[in-house]
Each structure stands twice: as structure tokens, then as C-alpha cells.
Design a protein around this ligand. Structure first.
Ligand code: NAD
Ligand code: ZN
Length: 704
């Protein structure tokens, strides 16, 4: 970040361009973090982007965008959950990073209130989990909602009921009481969960916050029930009667009602006392057993809190004083290039082991080529490139995630022999050319199936939980079988029994394999010859085709034969098959080209055909009620639906045997247009397609 233009030197045009870039970048980070529970950048990087955005907006207030990240809370809700509108909005917190920010906070409050007497605050650990609002009516837990975008949250009531720290009933509570707090996972529970996930060949979580968010936001409450979540109460939403007159008493009241409240919460007078408490909490951070990422200061007097009120996304009466990212310096010993399933070459820093925030770190991600690449021949810095070289003294950090990153390079300590790192243009695993397509930050090996790294990663993907999920054949076994030349492609899995079954000798001789487990493995493989279409499409491991898109494709085409015929006939960018493919709601041009390419590339195609010959692929059964008027029809939803989510409407339509498309064409039978419907409704009119509103749709679709 040291090489960006200072805000004071930005021209108006530069500022405008940068605000646009920041809005996009922060939006993407928000979605990855809040909606998908899979952050792509560290919290420290995220905070830096937000600060930069705020600084530019402060200097150029007229350039502030309508979609400015500083006016948004959280991110869009994930699909699949019901929505709950928060009676009282759930907001974010303003951040403080330095002691001056805390002094400013107090000064702003004093000037806002015109208040000169002593000011009391609570200092509370900022728990690094996700917030949850629990609505009790008559002392009974009725509803639980995530923060979502602050206005609307996801309905996770059944999941919340499985958390031991959340009482199902309260005695002596106000008639209506919304208790707010943080769902989190302890370090010990997180480590145990990841160990279980790993043993089962399932995905592991990057950090306790992701694990907590991913565990609470499950569509199946039984999964949540199996995850050790905890809850600290620290706030409230709608109330039929006040809890207390001060923040500290209100917290005590929540505690008496049966909630866990954080024992490190203290009352402090003025910034000095707050900073002392901050340091005291920071000193205990490593031994708490759960993650905290700062200390929250709140004006204690609730009457003053009411007077101070809110800005667009944050209260004026509170601030989150964040801990600095955990940092350490060490030597970069080597840069390795790893090759992934889709051929992506990822540089990894091998470090002299160093302890960062209590964890020994010996690897760090270097993201991609541009991140390492430094200066051009004139010595100018390429944007964002850090000029990282083998032998460098580098600063490593972990901030809210376990994958460590490089924060800085100390050029004064660079050994004279350290040479500019040359990113390979050939795959280190198979020697094929590695190319970078325009607009792609990633260089990819073009070896496809002949590349051993890609082949192994694909096999691992093929047997993963949401793909073929073959019992007894996890990532480790696949790797070992590949190494011994037993399997090279997915299809080989299905000839294992034929090749080794008779004697079983070789398999029996393998470490950890008895005749029994060999039999079990063959049985599991046989069972998986029968596979659902969506799993098969996902398992092929085609770039950009995730689980969701695989399901969309399966639902749309219904049978392997139909899917395969369409992919074979499709031409990128032209023709009816292409048009049909990209008209599927949720399938974009990037995904579509990747699919079509895979089916037209000779070796890939041959591998697919050989595989499918071993399988019996189940058709997608549409359980269409005979009398549904929309069965077999193609529908398009446009504009805002007010009574159900898009996801819900779509699921309902599909349950009735309809297809849902993303754009209007001559094949569209019916358009359901809510308020704000634009071009799609116009196009439907032009094509003479019938248009109905949401109420008419509900009448047509009936109750779910
Ligand atoms: N890495 C990423 O890509 C990424 C993306 C988005 C957000 N983030 C992280 O999230 C932060 C901003 O998002 P945000 O708005 O969710 O959080 P925030 O930092 O603005 O804080 C608000 C949240 O703090 C939590 N909290 C914990 N203890 C609390 C207490 N005692 N009192 C009140 N609130 C308490 C609540 O969940 C509340 O919603 C960033 O600073 C960053 O750390 C990271
Ligand atoms: Zn390769």
C-alpha cells in the first residue's frame, strides 16, 4: 500500500476512477466475507480499502457514489434463507486504529452534545464472530436473524435454537425483547472441527469466524446442531420496556435473564481509561480461547445514546478500536509455484519459520505474478507489486485469517545477490506453456490432463464431498493411487475392481488396507456408478462450474444426453444452443464459454466420454403437479418481488415444472414483473409475451 498516490495529490479524475474501483473491490470483499463466508482478502487489507475510500470521499465529497461502500452495511443475503426485516436496524461500527482516533471520538461526542461533564463509557471486547438478533415474545424465542444488509437479515431461527448459550425461554423478560450479540466459536472447538472435517475429507475453515458464520448459516439446522457454537449478548433491538438506564446495567440485565455476557466488559471514564482497558484486554487476547479483533467503546448513558443517534451505517455513540494486525519479520527462503486443478500457477513463499500471533508460520501466499513482480527497468513501481525476492527480509501478517500474507519488504536488508523473481512461463510440473489471458491475474498451465498437478487436483475434486463422494476414497488415497499409477483419470476409478479385484493382493498389501476395506471400496465405487446429473456436471471440474451452476445446468437440461448434445452443438457466442445456455438464469458468458470449450477440446472430451461410459446418470425428475399451469413453460422474473425472494419464486416455479430463464426471448412463455421492471418487461411487450404481476403469480403458483 506504500506505493499509492497520497489522497492530497489525487486529481479529480483519478479520485473518481479510484472511488469506482474501490466500490467494486469492497463490494466483492463484502460478498465474499458476509454472504459466502469465504473472505478473499485479510481484514487489515479490507480496513485499508475502506479507509482509503473514506479519505477520498472526505476530500471530494461531490464524487461520493450512490453505491458508496461507506453507506452500506454487510452484504446481500445468501440465497435459500427466508428474510426477516429488522424492526430496529442492525448496524456496523465506526473503526478507530490509534489513540488519537479515540480522543477524536470523545471530542466529537462532546461537541455534538455540548456536554462538559464527565463521560462514562463501557469498554467491551469486540468478539470476532457474526451478529445475531434473537426475538423473544412473552419470554419465548420466536425468531433469530443474521444482520444481513442491516435492514433485512436471514432467518436462522431453527439453527439458533440448537445453540446451548441461547435460552429458548426467558423469565421476567419484557413482552417483546430482541437480544443482540455475537455467535462465535472457541479456538479449541474450531481446531477440533477442522480436524474432523479434514479426516472426513471435507472442507476446512480458514478461521473461527468463518467457521461460526458457515455453521450458523446452514440451510439444514442439523448441521448447525453438530457445530459447537457459542453466543455472547451485548445489545438489543426492539423492546417493549427499557432494560435499564445505562449500557452496563442493561448488559447486567441480559446476564440475569440467562445470557452469557463478556466478563471483560468494564466501565471507564474518558479516553485515558478506555486506552488502559484496551491494553489490558489486548494483553489477555492470546489466552482468551476465542478471537477478538478489538475493543468496542459505547457511551454508557442510554439517554445520551438516544440523543447521539445514528449516521447512515454507524451509531455516533460507539466506536470499535481495532487491534493492529499480527506481524513478524522473517527471511523468505524460496518461492514455490503450486499448480491447481484448473492449471492456475500460485506462488507460495517458503519462510524461515516464525511465530505470528501464537502460530508458527512457514508459508505465506504471494497471490499471483503481479503481486511479486516489482519495478520496471526505470525502477518505477508497478501498481501493487511488492518486488519480493528470494532472500528478502519480509514482514508476515495474519489478520483474521490463517493464511498468512506478506505485508512489507525491508529493502535495506536485501542481500546484494537477491535477483528479481522471474515468474515461470512454463508449468513447473509438466513443462507445458503457462499463459495469462487478458484481464486474468493468473497464469495457467495449458497442459490440461497431461499435467500431473492438474490431474491429481482434478481427481481430488472428483471424489470430493459434493462431487462423487466415494466412501473410502478421499484426497489422500487418490493422491497415493495416482502416484502408483493406479488411476490417472476419473474413469480409472471405475476399472479399479476389474484391474485389481481378482487377487486383491496389491490393494491388501497397501499400508492400512485389508481385504475388507478393499471390498468396501469396490462396493462404494459400484454404488456411485449411479450418479445424479448435477453431481456429475460438478465433478467434471470444468473451470467456473461450481455446485450451484452444475445444479442449474442439470435442472435445465434434465438428462445427460440432452446436456451433452447441447454442449457438443454449442458454439461460443453464436447459435441457438449458445443462446439457450446463456439464457439460463445464473449462467453467464464466462461460464458458458468454459463449458463449451471443455466439450470441444479433444482430450478433455475423450476423458468425459470414457468416464460417462462407466456411469448410469440419473435424469432430473421434475415433480410437476399434473395440473400446474406453468409446467413445461419458460418463465422470467424481473423487477423487485415483495412477497418472496427471487430464490424462493424460482424454486417454486421449478417445483411446478417450469424453467426459469434470465432473459426474455421468443421462447419465453410468461414474464412476472415486479416494481422497477425495466428492459425485460419492455422486451416481453415487444415480443407479445404475457406479463403478470407478483400477486397474479402467487395466485398461479399457489402456496408452497
Ligand atoms: N476480509 C474481508 O474481506 C472483509 C470483508 C468485510 C468485512 N470484513 C471485516 O469486518 C469488518 C467490518 O464489517 P462489520 O460491519 O461486520 O463489522 P464492524 O467492524 O463494523 O463491527 C460491527 C460488528 O461488531 C460485532 N461486535 C462484536 N462484539 C461487539 C460488541 N461488544 N458490541 C457491538 N458489536 C460487537 C457485531 O457483530 C457488529 O455487527 C471489517 O473491519 C473487517 O474486519 C472483512
Ligand atoms: Zn502443468
Amino acid at each position: 500500500m506504500s506505493d499509492v498516490t497520497p489522497v492530497e495529490q489525487l486529481s479529480e479524475a483519478q479520485a473518481r476512477a479510484e472511488l469506482a474501483r474501490l466500490a467494486a473491490e469492497i463490494g466483492r470483499a463484502n460478498e465474499a466475507y458476509h454472504t459466502l463466508d469465504a473472505p478473499e482478502i485479510s481484514d487489515a487489507d479490507y480496513d485499508a480499502l475502506k479507509q482509503r475510500n473514506a479519505a477520498i470521499e472526505a476530500r471530494f465529497p461531490d464524487l461520493k457514489r450512490a453505491d458508496s461502500p461507506s453507506t452500506q452495511v454487510g452484504a446481500a443475503l445468501a440465497e435459500g434463507f427466508g428474510k426477516i426485516r429488522h424492526e430496529v436496524r442492525m448496524l456496523s461500527l465506526e473503526n478507530a486504529f490509534a489513540a488519537e482516533d479515540v480522543a477524536d471520538f470523545e471530542a466529537r461526542i462532546r461537541s455534538y452534545l455540548g456536554f462538559e461533564g464527565p463521560l462514562l463509557y463501557t469498554a467491551e471486547p469486540k468478539i470476532d464472530g457474526l451478529s445475531l438478533s434473537l426475538r423473544y415474545e412473552g419470554g419465548v424465542l420466536m425468531q433469530a436473524a443474521t444482520r444481513g444488509d442491516g435492514e433485512m437479515g436471514e432467518n436462522v431461527t431453527e439453527n439458533a435454537r440448537t445453540i446451548a448459550d441461547i435460552p429458548a425461554t426467558l423469565s421476567n423478560a419484557p413482552e417483546v425483547l430482541e437480544v443482540r450479540g455475537e455467535v462465535y466459536m472457541s479456538h479449541a472447538d474450531f481446531a477440533a472441527l477442522n480436524a474432523r472435517q479434514q479426516a472426513a475429507g471435507e472442507k476446512t475453515f480458514a478461521n473461527p469466524r468463518n467457521a461460526a458464520a458457515g455453521s450458523l448459516r446452514q440451510l439444514d439446522p442439523q448441521i448447525t446442531a453438530a457445530r459447537p457454537l457459542r453466543f455472547f449478548a451485548y445489545s438489543w433491538g426492539a423492546l417493549s420496556a427499557p432494560l435499564a438506564e445505562t449500557q452496563i446495567e442493561a448488559i447486567a440485565c441480559l446476564h440475569r435473564l440467562g445470557f452469557q455476557t463478556n466478563p471483560l466488559t468494564r466501565l471507564c471514564q474518558g479516553p485515558e481509561a478506555l486506552l488502559a482497558q484496551y491494553r489490558a484486554i489486548e494483553a489477555q487476547r492470546a489466552t482468551l480461547g476465542y478471537d477478538i479483533d478489538g475493543v468496542v467503546y459505547k457511551v454508557n448513558d442510554l439517554a445520551l445514546q438516544r440523543r447521539l443517534g445514528f449516521r447512515s451505517t454507524t451509531p455516533r455513540w460507539a466506536i470499535a478500536h481495532k487491534f493492529p494486525a499480527e506481524l513478524a519479520w522473517t527471511r523468505l527462503e524460496a518461492i514455490d509455484i503450486q499448480v491447481g486443478r484448473t492449471g492456475a500457477l500460485s506462488p507460495v513463499a517458503r519462510l524461515k519459520p516464525v511465530t505470528v500471533g501464537g502460530v508458527v508460520v512457514s508459508n505465506a501466499t504471494l497471490h499471483n505474478e503481479d503481486y511479486i513482480a516489482g519495478r520496471d527497468s526505470r525502477g518505477d513501481t508497478i501498481r501493487s507489486g511488492k518486488d519480493i525476492r528470494v532472500g528478502d527480509w519480509v514482514q508476515v501478517y495474519r489478520a483474521g485469517d490463517v493464511i498468512p500474507k506478506i505485508a512489507d519488504v525491508d529493502l535495506t536488508q536485501r542481500p546484494p545477490e537477491a535477483a528479481l523473481f522471474v515468474f515461470p512461463h512454463l508449468c513447473p510440473q509438466c513443462g507445458s506453456e503457462a499463459i495469462r489471458e487478458e484481464g486474468d491475474a493468473v497464469r495457467r498451465c495449458t497442459g490440461g490432463l497431461i499435467c500431473p498437478a492438474q490431474a491429481v487436483e482434478r481427481l481430488k475434486h472428483f471424489v470430493s464431498r459434493n462431487a462423487f463422494d466415494i466412501e473410502g476414497l478421499g484426497a489422500k488415497q487418490v493422491e497415493a493411487f495416482y502416484k502408483d499409477g493406479w488411476i490417472a483419470r476419473p474413469a480409472d476409478i471405475f476399472t479399479l475392481e476389474q484391474r485389481f479385484g481378482a487377487g486383491l493382493q496389491q490393494l491388501k498389501n497397501r499400508e492400512g488396507w485389508g481385504a475388507k476395506s478393499a471390498d468396501n471400496l469396490f462396493a462404494a465405487i459400484r454404488e456411485r456408478r449411479n450418479i445424479s446429473l448435477n453431481r456429475l456436471i460438478f465433478a467434471l471440474g470444468i473451470r467456473h462450474v461450481g455446485e450451484t451452476s452444475a445444479s442449474l445446468l442439470a435442472t435445465h437440461y434434465g438428462t445427460w444426453a440432452a446436456f451433452e448434445t447441447a454442449m457438443t452443438a454449442a458454439q461460443i457466442g453464436e447459435g441457438a444452443e449458445w443462446a439457450e445456455l446463456i439464457a439460463i438464469d445464473g449462467v453467464g458468458a464466462v461460464l458458458a464459454s468454459s463449458l463449451v470449450t471443455a466439450f470441444h477440446q479433444q482430450a478433455e472430451r475423450a476423458a468425459i466420454d470414457v468416464l460417462v461410459a462407466h456411469l448410469s446418470v440419473q435424469d432430473v425428475v421434475t415433480r410437476a403437479p399434473v395440473n400446474s399451469e406453468v409446467a413445461g413453460k419458460t418463465l422470467v422474473f424481473t423487477g423487485t418481488l415483495e412477497k418472496m425472494t427471487r430464490a424462493e419464486a424460482k424454486a417454486r416455479a421449478e417445483a411446478l415444472g417450469a424453467k426459469v430463464a434470465g432473459s426474455v426471448s421468443a421462447k419465453t412463455d410468461l414474464v412476472i414483473a415486479g416494481p422497477g421492471a425495466g428492459s425485460k418487461a419492455k422486451q416481453a411487450q415487444a415480443l407479445g409475451v404475457k406479463i403478470i404481476d407478483e400477486d397474479a403469480w402467487i395466485a398461479l403458483a399457489g402456496q408452497a
